[in-house]
Design a protein around this ligand. Structure first.
Ligand code: HMG
Ligand code: MG
Length: 299
């Protein structure tokens, strides 16, 4: 199987971590450019408590402003019923639930224990499905926790299964703080795929220590064919100190195409989207392909 699906998370995972709040119009332009580049799945924003993530407090305005396309699924993070209400009112057809494999990250990120999170997310998933929405799920800190270090694979298995039982169609395995190495990806994903089919799993790698793309290759070897990435390599996690951006979409697309995988993404167009948000932010982003492409244009 040579198709790989890319879930673009830059407008959410990337921009949630920018110190400066990006104007609504720039977010709308960015999302429109990403959607026009051939990406079929774009996580556009979050419906979380705006006091926790003021960077995405404009979720409604952003979703109202973007050009809807039938060939692109837009989604958003939702932590509770209030978030679901807001997402549904914004006309989304997909939401993403999120929680952590480690107790302390779950507590810092969503202000409750893992066991107290299950019934809340179960209710959100049930209501969302009743409204006809598709539900994705994230497990954070699968490969390491900023507060607890190594996280037993049993924790990730338990949370992954709980999300699947709620009706989540795909669980994205998060290397929240970018500590994973290919060996660990092989061990952990190799363990999880023993009782979850690869079609139900995705890889979400942050590139804090430069192992992000190597981890994608390791996950490809385990049969994973869906990966999350951020244009330009934007990103981080406000509740994971030192976390850097996600792997960059441009770098991921470049690597996958060179390995004969098909993504449906136009590398030039997605790189132009990276150049756009880099200019808006006024700082150099980490994507290597973006940097090389801009350098080639200036010679
Ligand atoms: P809480 O403060 O404990 O919530 O937050 P609460 O239920 O007690 O409510 C407190 C106030 O927030 C109330 O308002 C609510 O109405 C309001 P008040 O009465 O004080 O005026 N509120 C909301 N307002 C709007 N929309 C909502 C909402 N919910 C409550 N949905 C909560 C609990 C989970 C909401 C909070 O902790 C939160 O928003 N956390 C989100 C943190 C976050 O977004 N983290 C980053 C995303 S996760 C990530 O990046 C990892 C990932 O990329 C994968 C990886 O890399 O591993 C996905
Ligand atoms: Mg993330």
């Amino acid at each position: 199987m040579n198709n790989v699906q890319i879930v673009e998370v830059g407008p959410r995972d990337g921009l949630q971590n920018e110190k400066e709040i990006v104007p609504v119009e720039a977010k709308i332009q960015l999302i429109n450019k990403l959607a026009a580049s051939g990406l079929k799945r774009v996580e556009a924003t979050s419906f979380v408590n705006p006091k926790w993530i003021p960077q995405l407090a404009d979720a409604e305005e952003v979703l109202q402003g973007i050009t809807r396309r039938t060939d692109v699924t837009f989604s958003a993070l939702v932590p509770n019923l209030r978030g679901l209400e807001r997402a549904a009112a914004s006309g989304l057809t997909e939401i993403a639930l999120f929680m952590s494999a480690s107790e302390s990250h779950n507590q810092k990120n969503i202000n409750k224990s893992i066991d107290d999170t299950f019934p809340i997310l179960r209710e959100v998933a049930r209501e969302a499905q009743a409204l006809g929405l598709r539900v994705r799920g994230y497990v954070s800190t699968v490969f390491g926790c900023p507060y607890e270090g190594r996280v037993p694979v049993e924790n990730s298995r338990r949370v992954t299964h709980a999300l699947l039982e709620m009706g989540v169609y795909e669980v994205s395995l998060g290397d929240t703080i970018g500590v994973a190495t290919p060996k660990q990806v092989h061990e952990i994903i190799g363990e999880l795929v023993k009782d979850v089919t690869t079609e139900r799993l995705a890889g979400h790698f942050h590139d804090t220590r430069g192992t992000g793309l190597a981890n994608v290759v390791a996950a490809l070897h385990e049969g994973i064919r869906t990966f999350d990435s951020s244009v330009g390599g934007l990103g981080g996690c406000p509740y994971a100190p030192g976390a850097a951006g996600n792997i960059s979409t441009e770098d991921l697309v470049y690597m996958l195409h060179g390995m004969d995988y098909e993504t449906g993404v136009d590398l030039d167009l997605v790189t132009l989207a990276g150049a756009y948000i880099q200019e808006q932010l006024g700082r150099e982003l980490t994507s290597k392909v973006l940097k090389a492409s801009l350098a080639a244009r200036s010679v």
